[in-house]
Design a protein around this ligand. Structure first.
Ligand code: FES
Length: 110
């Protein structure tokens, strides 16, 4: 297991444990983050958009062209934006910090 920390749009810190090789999307959903992940990792929705903490961004595998294209369509994209479904939690990402974008809305929680 590795440790992952989410920071909600309201600034609340939520620490959780994640299985190695699980996705950041699954991990966020498991601890109640409002990440819809409508397309379940098929890079067709961008509802899994997160903003990676600057100090962790360079440690991730670079985004594919498909991911970049999909991010272009996401609301509130910034320099450190990624699709959480594309981030595989490898042991070197122990301690990863990801922000939930303010635009994120999970319809199921409204
Ligand atoms: Fe749809 Fe990530 S879950 S792009």
């Amino acid at each position: 297991m590795i440790r992952v920390e989410f920071i909600t749009a309201q600034g609340e810190r939520v620490s959780t444990q994640a299985e190695v090789n699980s996705s950041l999307l699954e991990t966020g959903q498991a601890c109640g983050m409002p990440l819809e992940g409508t397309c379940e990792g098929q890079m067709a929705c961008s509802t899994c958009h997160v903003i990676i903490a600057e100090e962790w961004f360079a440690k991730l595998r670079p985004a594919s062209d498909e991911e970049e294209d999909m991010l272009d369509l996401a609301a509130g994209v910034v320099r450190y934006s990624r699709l959480s479904c594309q981030i595989v939690l490898t042991p070197d990402l122990d301690g990863l910090i990801a922000h939930i974008p303010p635009e994120s809305r999970d319809m199921q929680l409204l």
